[in-house]
Design a protein around this ligand. Structure first.
Ligand code: HEC
Length: 104
């Protein structure tokens, strides 16, 4: 009797573990950090405004109409007048430039 119950509990534990394994497949959230929109929200809105509508710094919400992706990347990496350089670097700067170049 007792043995039968143990087998039952053990058996369902294996089924549960298998289900858990399936779940972890969909939770690869780490790469999401490279989303340009999130990076801009994190690094740029304090000066450029929560909707990028402009605040102490000019609006960025139609930036793609003014600059190419390369020019935006250059401003992020090297700054521009009062705009500080190096707020984002490498792949993060590229992802942000790609996102901003799409705003028109
Ligand atoms: C500390 C405040 C501050 C932060 C943070 C900041 N900026 Fe700026 N940014 C400025 C200022 C000030 C200017 C205006 C520079 C000038 O005098 O031409 C500017 C200008 C710009 C311009 C040129 C706009 C134009 O119309 O010529 C771009 C592009 C830009 N910023 C992108 C970014 C991005 C992308 C981020 C986030 C990675 C960011 N900025 C974060 C202050 C900031």
């Amino acid at each position: 009797m007792k043995k039968g119950l143990l087998t039952l509990v053990f058996g369902s534990a294996i089924v549960l573990a298998a289900c858990g394994g399936g779940d972890s497949k969909s939770s690869n959230g780490e790469k999401e950090e490279l989303s340009g929109e999130k990076l801009v929200q994190r690094s740029c809105v304090t000066c450029h405004g929560g909707q990028l509508q402009g605040a102490s710094a000019p609006a960025l919400n139609e930036l793609g109409a003014k600059y190419s992706e390369d020019e935006i990347l250059d401003i992020i990496l090297n700054g521009k007048d009062r705009m500080p350089p190096g707020l984002l670097k490498g792949q993060e700067a590229e992802a942000a430039a790609e996102y901003l170049a799409g705003l028109k």
